[in-house]
Design a protein around this ligand. Structure first.
Ligand SMILES: [Zn+2]
Length: 308
């Protein structure tokens, strides 16, 4: 497990390396080529400098895939749904433009600079998967069997997890977040909870989340309880005629989920949940959801500075 991040930040995703008998499988890449070079250097050292020829990507978000150009000849394995829905992701030039042209004195520009200003998105080429599957794909890595299981739509449309049955480890991708509120883009929430139940049914000892420290099965059960409670809250407040932004503000004011960072990301997950509750079948607008989160964070920060 490669863990570059700390809590309370966007974009620093966990990656993985499975290596055995001169063969390897990488799981995801960091957000940018520069971060990816650090990961690959450590991975090459761990493999005894064997070529890194395969990478499985857990989903299409840039923070898990935009380093792929640093592995130009590698086989890139993903679900078919990830390939087909790659177009929903903002592109590197769009994010570069957003960083340059958004107003730093407005919520989106302020929030974007605070959380994404550290990343250089110029000169990133987005590569498409070269091997796709639906359902299940078995991959042998030297002596280590790895099972790729499609669990999307959940966090995104095309999520997969990587199960190492002999090591009792599951790389969960962004199905699971530790430490911070997750931003779920596809949903609905019960699909993410169902994916967690599938992970637990594999009887792992350790779960590597997409972000944050490694989790035990009990950690994952606590996270599932959070997802289920959030789904209940969303259903109740939707039935009361509230908007997702109102629901987020109520949950934050109540202090319902203490201890989790980035509470403004509730705007993304609840925005997704409300889209399902209202049977809105339009494609997800990821920048619009981040903008909603930015408005919540902006209001929390101004309330904070008023109280000081
Ligand atoms: Zn992620």
């Amino acid at each position: 497990m490669w863990r570059p991040g700390q809590d309370g930040v966007w974009g620093l995703a966990n990656c993985g390396l499975i290596t055995s008998q001169g063969e390897s499988l990488l799981i995801d890449t960091p957000y940018t080529p520069a971060l990816t070079d650090d990961f690959l250097e450590a991975a090459r050292a761990a493999t005894g400098h064997n070529a890194l020829t395969r990478v499985a990507i857990t989903h299409a978000n840039g923070d898990h895939t935009w380093g792929l150009q640093q592995l130009p000849d590698a086989e890139i394995i993903a679900t078919r749904a990830t390939l087909e829905h790659q177009c929903l992701e903002p592109t590197p030039p769009q994010l570069t433009a957003l960083g340059r042209s958004s107003d730093p004195d407005q919520p989106l520009g302020w929030y974007f600079r605070q959380h994404f200003g550290r990343f250089d998105f110029s000169d990133i080429r987005v590569l498409a998967p070269t091997t796709t599957f639906a359902g299940r794909l078995d991959v042998q890595v030297g002596a280590v069997p790895a099972v790729l299981l499609e669990v999307g739509p959940a966090h995104t449309v095309g999520d997969l997890i990587v199960h190492l049955p002999e090591q009792r480890v599951v790389f969960a991708g962004d199905i699971a977040f530790a430490g911070d509120h997750p931003p779920h883009w596809a949903g609905p929430l019960h699909r993410i909870s169902d994916a967690c139940a599938r992970i637990l049914a594999l009887d792992p000892e350790w779960i590597v989340p997409g972000h944050g420290p490694v989790m035990t099965p009990d950690d994952l059960r606590a996270y599932m309880a959070y997802l289920d409670d959030l789904a209940d809250q969303a259903a109740t407040m939707y039935a009361q005629g509230r908007t997702s932004s109102e629901a987020v503000r109520i949950l934050i004011k109540e202090g319902r989920y203490p201890g989790l960072g980035l509470p403004e990301r509730l705007a993304i997950t609840l925005g997704t949940e409300f889209r399902h509750l209202s049977e809105d079948s339009a494609d997800v607008d990821m920048v619009a959801l981040v903008n909603q989160a930015a408005h919540i964070a902006w209001d929390l920060a101004s309330a904070d500075s008023r109280s000081r």
